[in-house]
Design a protein around this ligand. Structure first.
Ligand SMILES: [Zn+2]
Ligand SMILES: [Zn+2]
Length: 347
């Protein structure tokens, strides 16, 4: 059944059967020389995720904040975590941030909400306009900074703030192998080893200041996360961010690496595994990052005032970190009240 002659490639592909069970295959994983059916493809992806969960200790966590953007990658991650961590009794809380990017944000918010509901976890939706009174494009415009950098800063701050307030062990994000490869290659180009050292499968927690990150899709490619979402019928938002720059370096690197992968199957997974193995070395090359406490909001900051409080003070005249934290505390309290009410009703 498994013919390998190149002249017969088309025939073999058309009638490919799963290398594990012989059922009709839906995907060819070139670098692993595997054709897989939906069931075994799902297993293939979840095995990669399981490796990261074990390595980072995520399966032993009490509570994890899951960043849900509404896109395919975070959707695949949440779906996988919800089904894989069920037996481990890890409490998952979804967080979606509505950045105020018009129709795109509205659609993303709907999908994020739908997905959390589907997998049965609470979803905290942070609508910037309602909480801060200002959207990401307005913040960027008034601060005269690129939209993407403001967006990144706001997302990192809010996810960390929710995790600190919820006393979570980790924040899980949907970065894929393709993201990690593109980000690290970019950092190599600018010789920013400190930046590389932050792109490990997980980062550590500094109690009360910053909650560690975990990237469960570290070894899963974008193509795999898309197919995983599709075969599991996971709701996600298809379109791209309207504020995406015209020539982002990361996007160009991804195109280049995809071309390389086509010609040299396996180059991505080799890179990502060796990167992970060498992380300790990049750590020692990077400068020792010492955190202080922001004098306004009390969260992690490399200076006296954190980036978020600095930005919001510049734009609105007031540092808004503490306001965000108070809002989150309120939401978490009502979430807990709702849960205990449900427990009473359920018992
Ligand atoms: Zn199979
Ligand atoms: Zn602050």
């Amino acid at each position: 059944m498994r013919m390998v002659k190149s002249s017969q490639l088309y025939v073999r592909r058309a009638a490919a059967s799963c290398s594990v069970c012989g059922a009709p295959a839906v995907v060819r994983i070139s670098y692993a020389r595997l054709d897989l059916c939906t069931l075994h493809f799902r297993e293939f992806v979840e095995r990669k995720i399981a490796r990261i969960l074990k390595k980072t200790g995520l399966s032993r966590a009490r509570r994890v904040i899951v960043a849900v953007s509404g896109g395919k990658d975070s959707a695949a991650m949440l779906y996988a975590l919800a089904s894989m961590l069920k037996k481990d009794n890890v409490e998952l809380i979804g967080v979606h941030i509505n950045l105020g990017l018009g129709e795109y944000s509205e659609e993303s918010m709907k999908k994020a909400h739908e997905l959390c509901h589907r997998v049965g976890i609470p979803c905290i939706i942070v609508e910037l306009e309602k909480v801060l009174g200002v959207t990401v494009p307005e913040l960027a415009k008034r601060a005269r900074r690129p939209t993407c950098s403001v967006c990144g800063l706001v997302k990192r701050y809010i996810l960390n703030a929710v995790a600190v307030e919820a006393d979570a062990d980790y924040v899980a994000t949907g970065h894929t192998a393709d993201d990690i490869i593109a980000y690290t290659l970019k950092e190599f180009m600018f010789q920013n080893m400190d930046g590389v050292s932050k792109l490990a499968p997980s980062t550590s927690t500094v109690k009360g200041l910053a909650v560690g990150r975990v990237r469960p899709l570290y070894e899963v490619t974008e193509r795999e996360s898309l197919l995983y979402s599709l075969i599991n019928g996971i709701p996600f938002h298809h379109s791209e961010c309207p504020y995406r720059p015209r020539a982002p370096i990361e996007q160009r690197i991804k195109e280049f690496v995809n071309k390389l992968e086509e010609e040299h199957p396996g180059i991505k997974i080799t890179y990502i595994r060796r990167l992970e193995r060498n992380m300790g070395m990049y750590h020692s090359w990077g400068r020792e990052s010492s955190y202080g406490r922001c004098k306004h909001c009390g969260l992690a900051s490399s200076g006296v005032v954190c980036g978020f409080c600095r930005l919001t003070e510049k734009v609105t005249g007031k540092p808004l970190g503490e306001k965000v934290r108070a809002w989150i505390r309120g939401v978490l309290a009502s979430l807990r009240a709702e849960e205990s009410l449900m427990e009473v009703r359920g018992s």
